[in-house]
Design a protein around this ligand. Structure first.
Ligand code: GLT
Ligand code: MN
Ligand code: MN
Length: 384
């Protein structure tokens, strides 16, 4: 039995904005005093995390002078060196400032679109300076409350132009950086463009440099859309597009909750962890979540530890599932028969057309999924 202690090889990361969340919500003021990026790095290192990610303005305030910026970055890097923490991912805040009230890359005002590119190039420089190799785009404000405001096809074109522009920028700078689009269906906008993993994957294939761009799916976001998160993740993985992942939890039909990983849908979390581990996903496991508003910083630390511990427990459960004789007997039964795909040739197609099938026998076969699911539940409940 493992001790469920995080190791660097687990690649657990948190954003400055996650443990640094001060508990402001649309109905209430902050409940926790802000802590500095340096303090956050120490808190996360203490909790056992491997890395920390940030938006440009999580680290450097939007109105900082160049000298202040340099000092902040120096202090932050010193904290990274002191703790051994890394920065695998960075991103831009294109949603807090009033300038982005109508979006950034898709805003109707061309000056806002230009400012969004300006801000993102600078944020990319900052991210790369701190070691980031993945750059996330979450288009929180890229959307509308009314479709009177914007033609959604035009918005898609603007989004494409922006990502193409930024891919060229990264290539020109010679940065070793890949982009990951993070879909979300709504909140803070009434409707957000590129609403799901599927929308994003289709969009990527229309870019000038599609090989540079993948996705950053988030549990809560696909769940808000009523979708099966694992299915989106699996499709992205199968296409070589799972560049990053945001782990948290969410009750279907609620506001964007960003709960501790596995706090709500244990079984979905289990199948997600099992998938990532079985396929050998090697990227960061980023917890994009925050502690309940009720918590003090002790609670924040408990929250961060809980995310990682639950992941590791589920990883151990996945190992048990893969080694459980009764479960594996059912898995073998389900996958019986010659599973080799039929490759097309004129002859194989003709032969297949002529083949006799016992349709009644095919329809008479039951599948033992009830048993398999019950064994899974029992394993998760700890009685196997
Ligand atoms: C914001 C959002 C997240 C995104 C972050 C990246 S910021 O908190 O809710 O899902 O991943 O911009
Ligand atoms: Mn979220
Ligand atoms: Mn996220």
């Amino acid at each position: 039995m493992s001790s469920y202690t995080p190791a660097p090889s687990d690649k657990f990361t948190f954003g400055l904005w996650t443990v640094g969340n001060i508990g402001r919500d649309p109905f209430g003021e902050p409940v926790r005093k802000p802590i500095s990026p340096v303090e956050i790095v120490h808190l996360l290192a203490d909790a056992g995390a491997w890395g920390v990610n940030f938006h440009d303005n999580d680290l450097v305030p939007i109105d900082a002078s160049p000298a202040q910026r340099d000092q902040i970055v120096r202090d932050f890097k010193a904290a990274l060196t002191e703790t051994g923490m890394v920065v695998p991912m960075a991103t831009t805040n294109l949603f807090s400032d009033p300038a982005f009230r109508d979006g950034a890359f898709t805003a109707n005002d061309p000056q806002v679109r230009a400012y969004a590119l300006h801000k993102t190039m600078r944020a990319i420089d900052l991210g790369v300076e701190c070691g980031a190799s993945t750059y996330v785009f979450w288009g929180g404000r890229e959307g509308v409350e009314t479709d009177a405001a914007k033609n959604p096809a035009e918005a898609t074109k603007r989004f494409r132009e922006a990502i193409n522009f930024l891919c060229s920028y990264v290539q020109d700078q010679g940065y070793d950086l890949r982009f990951a689009l993070e879909p979300k269906p709504n909140e803070p906008r009434g409707d957000i463009y590129l609403a799901t993993v599927g929308h994003a994957l289709a969009f990527i294939s229309t870019l000038d440099s599609p090989e540079m761009v993948g996705v950053n799916p988030e549990v809560a976001h696909e769940t808000m859309a009523g979708l099966n998160f694992l299915h989106g993740v699996a499709q992205a993985w199968e296409m070589g597009k799972l560049f990053h992942i945001d782990l948290n939890d969410q009750v279907v039909g609620r506001y964007d909750q960003d709960f501790r990983f596995a706090a709500v849908n244990l079984k979905s979390a289990f199948f997600l962890v099992k998938f990532l581990e079985d396929v050998g996903y090697n990227g960061p496991r980023h917890f994009d979540a925050h502690a309940y508003r009720t918590e003090s910083y002790d609670g924040v630390k408990a929250f961060a530890r809980g995310c990682m511990r639950s992941y590791l427990i589920l990883k151990e459960k996945a190992r048990q599932w893969n080694a459980d004789p009764a479960i594996q007997a059912l898995v073998a039964e389900i996958n019986a028969g010659d599973q080799t795909p039929i490759t097309y040739s004129k002859e194989s197609a003709e032969a297949l057309k002529e083949r006799d099938f016992d349709r009644a026998a095919l329809g008479a076969r039951g599948m033992p999924y009830e048993q398999l699911d019950q064994l899974t539940v029992e394993l998760l409940l700890g009685v196997r």
